[in-house]
Design a protein around this ligand. Structure first.
Ligand code: MG
Length: 280
């Protein structure tokens, strides 16, 4: 595959991201797939879906997990509902995440992505230890499938993420770096963070955002690629320095306005094309 193939975050039925008709219109060669709903995760559906993608000449680079009941409404809600940290849903979601990894294997995809949730800063916290244990468990399952697990960045500072990675201690655990999330969650300056965790980055989200006036307490604001505080030019130059060769996957979450979403992603694709020509 070419260096830095452009992609979009996409979904078939459930989940975030754009639908396949938009992928077709955009003409991008890769997608990250947000997992479809449970009834769609069958061998037959996987084969049918792969047939459609083959006709479109599109490759899946990562399958992202996602669970019912997750809400990104505000920071406290995200902490309470997202990923494998909340104890009430942890066991069921761990089982489901393994099923999602098995579905990704049916699709021939060797990387599975996950928002693990808000991992507490204190490593003595029971929630921290629980998050380490389930991440290990899922990594081991992925290993049997010949897969890597990519943790979505955003909620943790780069230092916390590195410590968490060390504590899990699995060599198929990597990072999906989302520079906008660092700004949205107020967890650190994205380029500086990228340099710190760069050796673990195996996939990225090209997403942009503006800082909140009280970072960490209220959300920053997601904006179209190139219009926020990430500095996409510097982001790509830093990826080049780090010798990152993987896909550039555009993520733009405005499901309430699909027309605008498509236009903005289209502009994002053109921006990345221009920057690739300039930087690579
Ligand atoms: Mg993301």
């Amino acid at each position: 595959m070419e260096k830095w193939p452009i992609g979009v975050f996409a979904s078939i039925d459930a989940g975030l991201g754009v639908h396949l008709d938009v992928v077709r219109e955009l003409g991008v060669p890769t997608i990250q797939l947000h997992t479809p709903a449970k009834p769609s995760r069958t061998k037959e559906k996987a084969e049918a879906f792969l047939g459609v993608l083959r006709d479109m000449n599109v490759a899946i680079t990562v399958v992202f997990g996602g669970f019912e009941g997750e809400s990104y409404a505000d920071i406290p809600t995200t902490a309470r509902t997202v990923g494998l940290v909340p104890p009430e849903t942890r066991a069921a979601r761990t089982t489901e995440m393994k099923e999602i990894a098995d579905f990704a294997r049916l699709l021939g995809v060797d990387a599975v992505g996950l928002h693990v949730g808000f991992v507490p800063h204190d490593s003595g916290d029971l929630l921290y230890q629980g998050a380490v244990a389930v991440t290990r468990d899922i990594c081991d399952h992925c290993r049997e499938n010949g897969q890597r697990l990519h943790l979505e960045t955003g909620q943790e500072s780069p230092e916390s993420l590195l410590r968490f990675h060390d504590d899990v201690g699995r060599d198929n655990l990597f990072v999906n770096f989302d520079p906008a999330n660092m700004i949205l969650y107020g967890s650190g300056e994205p380029i500086e963070a990228l340099r710190k965790v760069g050796h673990l980055v195996r996939s990225v989200h090209c997403k942009d955002a503006k800082w909140a006036s009280n970072p960490g307490r209220e959300w920053g604001r997601e904006v179209p690629l190139g219009e926020g505080d990430v500095g996409i030019d510097v982001f790509l130059r830093t990826l080049k320095e780090l010798d990152y060769n993987g896909p550039l996957t555009i993520e733009r979450e405005i499901p309430q306005d699909p027309q605008r979403q498509k236009e903005e992603i289209g502009r994002g694709v053109r921006l990345l094309d221009e920057l690739k020509t300039k930087i690579l």
